[in-house]
Structure formats: structure tokens, C-alpha cells
Design a protein around this ligand. Structure first.
Ligand code: MTE
Length: 464
């Protein structure tokens, strides 16, 4: 696997102020520490920088007759819901081969409807509001967000709650479409801590939730959802309003020009094309908050869920923190290993992630359906960024030293004797996080098919 490891020469270091360019450079005073570090310690920083990105230039045939007919896309992406809306994942080995950071063109996409079209020249004046239970409701232009607040950069993995849903649909059809195991991607996001924006508006007594709403008008209104206000105010939870992905301004499918990034939680909370932040006393009443991103009890059938609203109105079934999960990238689907002249060992490898900022602390593999386990090696590329900080990266301060949470996926591998693989019928993997949340053996089926995380299985077929 390539790690996308690169040298520091690619870093953007901003030491000047008021150069008149866009995006604006952040104020000096807030960055003096990391500028010192940037100039002194650059040679010692060895975190991965994004793989070379090639923004697609061609509108694909499939998109020509859809509302997204203006939008060039990468043809390697696998469409999971026909042509429109655009819901795609990369082939798992392509995603994995990119390493720690996923290029925007291979980053999974989950769109509920048409992509809002925003011209480059309109980006600086893109506005969003901060309203509801605040002392001073405000409207903020993107150029103000970029110049008046501290800018930060942080690697965060996003995961669709439907990642791995295909396995559930095979057992019993859910209401959701079939994601493979590539409904997950990781990027460096640059923007402003959401808590800073909320603090500037001032919070009123009784404020408990932060609702977010996008610009995409859908059959049931604008896409929107909410999370707890406490989380938005806790810097350790890393919630951001982001406008750059891997150092580039956001691409249309990923929220151009502004989106929320809610680390450690299901991707559905990271609202794209952000237009409104609304502070409330109760969770969002947006249709998509109520009828999406929930794990109803397994006893609730599709018919029962359609007939009885009460299941949906119960906020206890809303999902926030991701569940611990892992998948195997190699052996890849239909990979063949020829025993004649094969090396003695085969390197089984893949990714794992935890939820709520909890770190994956072990990954285990079994070749005998769980009777015995082998401990895999784990690589945490995120730690290189933690060790490097504070430095300026893409105009934002990368400063993770103090942060205990883990927001990015990790990679695991284990060399297994080919002789052992020969005798096995499958390879199963499970991960555990620092709170000992371990992937279960059995699937928890639910009507929307979300948070699927049983042991990931690769079967071994033998020929000849
Ligand atoms: N925000 C808006 N406005 N509209 C959407 O359809 N989809 C959500 C979330 N934010 C969505 C949205 C879901 S379900 C996911 S998983 C993530 O965006 C996907 O982000 P990505 O497409 O950039 O990977």
C-alpha cells in the first residue's frame, strides 16, 4: 500500500497578513506560535500529504440528463443508486491504495438530491446564519469566516452510517441502498471551530442542540439535522465549519463552498452546503433528522415502521457516534493467489475506525471462525500529525498535540503463512476500541440498515 507519504515542501506556510488574496490570510497574532514552529521544525515533520489529485474535467454520460449535468466526476466511482442522486463509493482497493488521505475525486459521496451550483466568484459572499436561542443572531459571509476567526486544519474520517449495508441487504432487504465497505474516506479539512462561531453569537439559557441546514432543496424540505450543543462547544470533539478539503476549496459534491465536519459521528451529521445554524432546546424537527440515520429496534419491520410514526419520533433511536468497524482490503475481491512459487506468507490488510473520537486499540483475525485469534499490527498515520503540531497547513493551524480524541481511520496488517490460508475457508477480522467496544460476531439488522459492523468476512475459494 502506498501511504501518500510526502515531504514537507508541499506545506503551505502563511506568514503574511492582508495580502489581498482570496482566501484571506489569518491574523498574525493568533498564529505566532505555530509560525515559529513552521520555520524551525519543518524538516522533522513527516506526516502524509494528499495523493496527487486530478479534478475530473469531463461530465460523464450518466449525468447528462440529470440536474447535476454541469458537474464533472470521476468515472472510477461506483454508482449505488442508479444515475441520480449521486451516491458512490470507490472500488475498495483503489480507496485503500490512496492511503491515509483520500483524494476528493475518490472520496465517497452521499447526496440526497441535486448538488447546489455555486460559482467560484460567489464563494466569498456565500452566507450562513446563526440563529435561534442566541443573544445576537448573525449572518456570516464565507470571506468573514476566513478572515475574522482562527483557521484550523485537521484530518478527519467521514463514514456513511450505511457503510457495509450490502451485507444486511443480502440477509433481509432494508430500506437503504447497498454500500460496500468503501462508504468511508479521510481528508484534511480546513475551516473554523464551530464552537467559536456559536460563542460569538452568544448562547441563551435553555440552548441544548445545534441544528444545521443545507442549501439542497429536497422533496421533504432542505437537508438538516442536529447534534448536542455541548459537543459543538467542546474543542476535544473537533466540530468544524470547513471550506477546504486536502488544501483545495471544497468540490461541489462535498459541500462547496461550506460544510460541517462532525468528527467521530456518522457522516449524515456533517451537513454540506451549509446555510443555517439554529440553536434550539430540542433536537432538529427536520424530516431528514427524523426519518434518516436511525437504528430502530430489529423487531420493527419495514411495514411496521411505515405504519407507526412513533418509532421515528423516538430520539433514542437516532445514531450519532460511529460504531467500531473494520474491513479487509487485501485479499481484494476475486484476488487470486497462485500457490506455485508463492511466497511463504501473505499480508492480510485493511482499515479500522472507532466512534466518538475513541481510538481502535486492537484488531484481531481469525481463520477458524472465532475459535482462535491472531493480533494484527496497527498503523496510526494520524499520530504523525499529532506529533508535528502546531504548524500551519493550508492556511489553518494544525494543532492536535493536546487533543485526546482520535478522528481518523487506522490501518492494520498481518502476515499469515500461506499454508494456514490454504486450510482456511475464510478470514474474519474484528476491531476493538479503547472503551472495549468490539465488533460483534452477529449482525444487528434494522429497517434502515445502518451501523453494520459484524466481523468482516473474506471467503477463500480453492481451485484445482
Ligand atoms: N448535507 C446535505 N446538505 N445534503 C446531503 O444529502 N448527506 C449527508 C451528509 N451531509 C447530505 C449532507 C450524508 S448522509 C453523508 S454520509 C455525508 O454528507 C457525506 O458527505 P460526502 O458526500 O462529502 O462524503
Amino acid at each position: 500500500m502506498t501511504t501518500g507519504q510526502s515531504h514537507i515542501g508541499d506545506l503551505t506556510i502563511r506568514g503574511r497578513r492582508g495580502s489581498g488574496d482570496f482566501p484571506p490570510t489569518p491574523p498574525d497574532s493568533e498564529h505566532s506560535d505555530c509560525e515559529k514552529k513552521s520555520s524551525q521544525d519543518l524538516e522533522n515533520v513527516d506526516f502524509a500529504l494528499p495523493p496527487k489529485s486530478s479534478p475530473p474535467t469531463q461530465v460523464l454520460e450518466q449525468d447528462r440528463k440529470t440536474p447535476d449535468s454541469w458537474l464533472p466526476r470521476d468515472s472510477r466511482l461506483i454508482r449505488l443508486t442508479g444515475v441520480h442522486p449521486f451516491n458512490v463509493e470507490a472500488p475498495l482497493s483503489d480507496l485503500y491504495n490512496e492511503g491515509f488521505l483520500t483524494s476528493p475525486e475518490l472520496f465517497y459521496v452521499r447526496n440526497h438530491g441535486p448538488v447546489p451550483q455555486v460559482r467560484d466568484e460567489d464563494i466569498p459572499d456565500w452566507e450562513f446564519t446563526v440563529e435561534g436561542l442566541v443573544e445576537r443572531p448573525i449572518t456570516i459571509k464565507l470571506k468573514e469566516l476566513m478572515s475574522e476567526y482562527e483557521q484550523i486544519t485537521c484530518p478527519v474520517t467521514l463514514v456513511c452510517a450505511g457503510n457495509r449495508r450490502k451485507e444486511q441487504n443480502v440477509v433481509r432487504k432494508t430500506k437503504g441502498f447497498s454500500w460496500g465497505a468503501a462508504g468511508v474516506s479521510n481528508a484534511l479539512w480546513t475551516g473554523v471551530a464551530m464552537g467559536e462561531v456559536l460563542k460569538r453569537a452568544g448562547l441563551k439559557r435553555g440552548a441544548k442542540y445545534i441544528c444545521m441546514e443545507g442549501a439542497d432543496k429536497l422533496p421533504n424540505g432542505y437537508y438538516g439535522t442536529s447534534v448536542k450543543l455541548n459537543w459543538a462547544l467542546d474543542p476535544n470533539r473537533g466540530m468544524m465549519l470547513a471550506y477546504k478539503q486536502n488544501g483545495e476549496m471544497l468540490r461541489p459534491d462535498h459541500g462547496k463552498p461550506l460544510r460541517c465536519i462532525i468528527p467521530g459521528q456518522i457522516g449524515g451529521r456533517s451537513v454540506k452546503w451549509l446555510k443555517r445554524l439554529i440553536v434550539t432546546a430540542a433536537p432538529s424537527d427536520n424530516w431528514y433528522h427524523i426519518y434518516d440515520n436511525r437504528v430502530l429496534p430489529t423487531t420493527v419491520s419495514p411495514e411496521e415502521s411505515a405504519n407507526n410514526q412513533a418509532w421515528w419520533m423516538d430520539e433514542r433511536y437516532a445514531i450519532y457516534d460511529l460504531s467500531t468497524n473494520s474491513a479487509t482490503a487485501y485479499p481484494a475481491h476475486e484476488e487470486q493467489l497462485c500457490l506455485v512459487g508463492a511466497p511463504e506468507t501473505y499480508k492480510v490488510q485493511g482499515y479500522a475506525y472507532g466512534g466518538g473520537g475513541r481510538r481502535v486499540t486492537r484488531v484481531e483475525i481469525t481463520l477458524d471462525k472465532g475459535k482462535t485469534w491472531k493480533l494484527a499490527n496497527i498503523d496510526y498515520p494520524e499520530d504523525k500529525y499529532r506529533d508535528a503540531g502546531p504548524v500551519m497547513l493550508y492556511g489553518g493551524k494544525l494543532d492536535m498535540e493536546w487533543r485526546e480524541s482520535s478522528f481518523s481511520w487506522c490501518f492494520w496488517n498481518l502476515n499469515i503463512a500461506v499454508d494456514e490460508l490454504k486450510d482456511a475457508s475464510d478470514i474474519l477480522v474484528r476491531a476493538m476500541d479503547e472503551s472495549m467496544n468490539v465488533q460483534p460476531r452477529d449482525m444487528y439488522w434494522s429497517v434502515l440498515g445502518m451501523m453494520n459492523n459484524p466481523w468482516f468476512r473474506v471467503t477463500i475459494a480453492k481451485e484445482g
